[in-house]
Design a protein around this ligand. Sequence first.
Ligand code: BF8
Ligand code: SF4
Length: 635
Amino acid sequence: MNRNVSIDPAVLKMLPVAREEGIETAWDRHDAQQPQCGFGLTGLCCRHCLQGPCRIDPFGDGGPQTGICGAGPDLFVARNLLRQVAAGAASHVDHAYEAVEALLLAAEGKAPYELQDSKKLRQVAGKLGIPTEDKDDRSLAKELADAIFTDFANHSGETMHYLTATAPAERVETWRNLGVLPRNPDREIRQAMHQTSMGMDADPVNLILSTVRQGLVDGYAGLHLATDVQDILFGTPQPVVTEANLGVLKEDYVNIIVHGHVPLLSEKVVEWARTLEDEAVAAGAKGIQLAGICCTGNEVLMRQGVPPATNGLAQELAVITGAADAVIVDVQCIMPSLGPVTRCYHTALITTMPIVKIPGAIHVDFTLEKADEAAQQIIHTAINAYKKRDKSRVRIPAEKTPMIAGFSVEAIIGALSKVNPENPLKPLVDNIVAGNILGAVGTVGCSNSKLPHDLLHVEMVRELVKENVLVVATGCSALALAKAGFMAPDAAERFAGEPLKAVLSAVGEAAGLGCPLPPVLHMGSCVDNSRIGELVYALAAYLNVPIKALPVVASAPEPMHEKALSIGTWAVSLGLLTHLGVVPPVLGGPQVTEILTSQPVVDLLGGRFYVESDPHKAVGTILEHIRAKRSELGI
Ligand code: BF8
Ligand code: SF4
């Protein structure tokens, strides 16, 4: 493993420890996979029926050009892509569905969750047209949950209500004209599986339109829905100060790591860790140190100030510190390798969901009704594991970086309203018009073993903020940027161009933050890309232009998960230039690649995909796009 694997100093310290301990990591397994299969990489492998696998020769030099059924390269690629995007959407929709179930049970008093944000409850109910006056929170929450469930039961053929209630009218019209509006999220995901099975759709263009529809399913029945409901249940984030990276683990504490995506469990773990701290002290520890990995980590970071241990690709290293007493996982982005790696240590790996079991893990059945019992059992298991910790194997790297998170749209508007109470967006827009803020980029998504870990996130953002581009971040991208110091109190001073720095200082001071706003605002987990959406809708509405006219770009510098593809598809469908630093498996289909990355999709949706793995070139194109949009707007 001689390549540049990561720029995170904690990772670079931990990898030799892993080697010393004889433990394989994702980077070792990445190397063992080389060279990866060219058919798979280009999307030219089909296993959609038992006559296959069929493969198409990507170079056209004599090998087969169709599968056994006659499917050609663009059809292979379009079908595979639709399945991937549908899988990404399914992940987010399943997540959101559980949050709505929790909302309903909380409203009925059948599950131990509060409705923490009455204002958000009323706002979300209001957008769905539910009258809110003279209703207590519980009955309104029940009505809201029922109204949301009607989308999932919708057999009318009408568009999903949550989408029309949330998305800008201009977008809804565009999508209506293309015939891509989703009806019932479950029905659309089912149909995508049907449409891509053997002997079905043979038209790559029609399959791409269905892919766009899946992007909308993800955006509205996944991202927006999950964020809205989670804010109602757990509160809308406000700025919190903490630290990021493996150094947040503490030698003399019971270290409990929450990992996965859905805060229904992790919020309870945080609550009970605080309540049962005395038991940890009785076991000889100084207390309980909580830490997060991946997006459930982001959820409890945003609302509870729990420090993130690291991002997805480095998850095994948190265990290899020898100091993780329990790793509690719910769903998504959980490497199966955590089973064998935790078995090398005293670490209790605790699975909690019926659809995520890992051989060797302790399974604590998490149900909404008995959430408190499950969380208590988990904390007890962690404290017991702590008692078995081998102190001689503890190797916590010192790295940790101060950070500010918690920038929901409400928090951003709250800070701006200290500058202009009547019209909070005005200072932001005025500074964009004046060029103090050149534009905005949302950096989102994962880390990917194909690239040096964190490098693209960090190098791109370093250049962007120097060029006075305001960055908003979510997911593992946000965690990479936090670790690298872009969310620290001194980040504006260290990284931002002078005009941007002046704006961030003025807002930070007015908002009483005690420091400038960081040039990278942490907006939350991957479902919280909905928050970036809300901000973009608000800017477009303020300027009275379509989203595609804004000097705004989306970027997933190191995408890994299928969810990154479905979020990216949603971003393109909003009208945004959407950068990917890793090429998805589409290059084997020239027509599909052309449609997704060039004028045809710009004509239809206003946005397009743009793939570039060189961070400097990517920033060049992004800045060019932002400047072009500015000049089209006449600013
Ligand atoms: O939902 S960024 S590796 S943790 S998929 Fe997973 Fe990717 Fe991280 Fe968050 Ni998002
Ligand atoms: Fe081959 Fe067609 Fe079956 Fe795919 S669906 S495996 S291309 S025969």
